[in-house]
Design a protein around this ligand. Structure first.
Ligand code: SF4
Ligand code: MG
Length: 319
């Protein structure tokens, strides 16, 4: 399988105020294979949305690069190629309440991308395409002329998904697509995303703030903390054998469905708050909160290494 997305030493810093730099994302690398879902997990402010926004070309990298199907984003290629990449990479947003224009009907919302990317489509063809998309996401033609406020949260997210799919993308960044929804609705949306992935051979980056639902959709999971990726492994492996102390803490926070089946996990409570990304700790960025921190941890940044086959970690415990 070929990588569809290649992220190489991606860094994204934002200048804020006088001589201050927010180090949102710092020198991270990963790939996403065609047809795969990569889960990207971390607490708010860890840089995961910045990664997502860089992948959809909302942000330009400070350094490093992102490649789509072998082609570097933001490179100096022609307009046609730029447009084709823009069409192929779409986003599903966290908040279906604020990401849909309240003054537009569902038909207009879903049509927007079609108008941009398929300018020769007739109005009738567009309408038919929207009706097809509504069916695809579990809504129907009667929803087409309604406004976002007439829908429940789950239905609005279905509209957001239909909008993302309208232009037939290959890669979708889903930025916490279920975080704003009732727990009862979350599984429905995850299942819908899985079904669509199979039908349309989609590749996903699925961003989440905890590890509770990601397992059900991700093939592999990357864990981020303060702009760094701390660990990356296949989902099963990450859940059953977390290596990084931060991943261990995140996992300890999620409820165990059946205590008899899964090994009992001790809840690990981390001390303090996530440090400010304007002034991150030296060495390992987790060192100020890590229960296993050693002297070397605040002095030297741990290298990213493959501790086991296909299981990567950045931690001095494994160097
Ligand atoms: Fe903890 Fe040190 Fe590993 Fe960082 S490098 S996670 S501080 S043990
Ligand atoms: Mg976010």
């Amino acid at each position: 399988i070929k990588p569809l997305i290649e992220v190489e030493n991606l860094t994204k810093h934002f200048s804020i105020g006088k001589n201050k730099t927010l180090q949102a994302v710092d020198n991270i690398s990963f790939t996403i294979y065609k047809g795969e879902t990569l889960g990207l997990v971390g607490e708010s402010g860890c840089g995961k949305s910045t990664v997502g926004r860089t992948l959809i070309q909302l942000y330009t990298p400070t350094s490093g690069k992102v490649k789509y199907a072998g082609e570097e984003l933001g490179g100096t290629r022609g307009e046609t190629s730029k447009r084709s990449i823009a069409k192929n990479i779409q986003m599903i947003y966290q908040d279906p309440y604020s990401s849909l224009n309240p003054r537009m009907t569902v038909l207009e919302i879903i049509s927007e991308g079609l108008v941009i990317h398929y300018p020769n489509m007739s109005q009738k063809e567009r309408r038919n395409r929207v009706l097809e998309l509504l069916e695809l996401v579990g809504l129907n033609q009667y929803h087409a002329n309604r406004y976002p406020h007439e829908f429940s949260g789950g239905q609005r997210q279905r509209v957001g998904i239909a909008r993302a799919l309208a232009v037939d993308p290959t890669f979708i960044v889903a930025d916490e697509p279920i975080a704003a929804l009732d727990v009862s609705i979350q599984a429905q949306i995850v299942n819908l995303l899985k079904k669509l992935q199979e039908e349309k051979e989609l590749t996903y980056l699925f961003i989440a703030h905890d590890l509770s639902m990601v397992k059900h959709i991700s093939d592999r999971i990357a864990v981020m903390y303060l702009g760094h990726i701390m660990e990356l492994a296949e989902s099963e492996e990450l859940y059953s054998n977390p290596l990084h102390p931060y991943t261990q803490a995140l996992l300890s926070a999620i409820p165990i469905p059946d205590p008899k089946v899964e090994r009992k996990r001790e809840r690990i409570i981390l001390k303090g708050d996530v440090p400010n990304p304007i002034n991150p700790p030296t060495g390992c960025r987790f060192s100020t909160r890590c229960p296993k921190a050693m002297d070397i941890c605040s002095l030297k940044t741990p290298t990213w290494l493959e501790a086991k086959s296909n299981h990567f970690v950045a931690c001095h415990l494994y160097q």
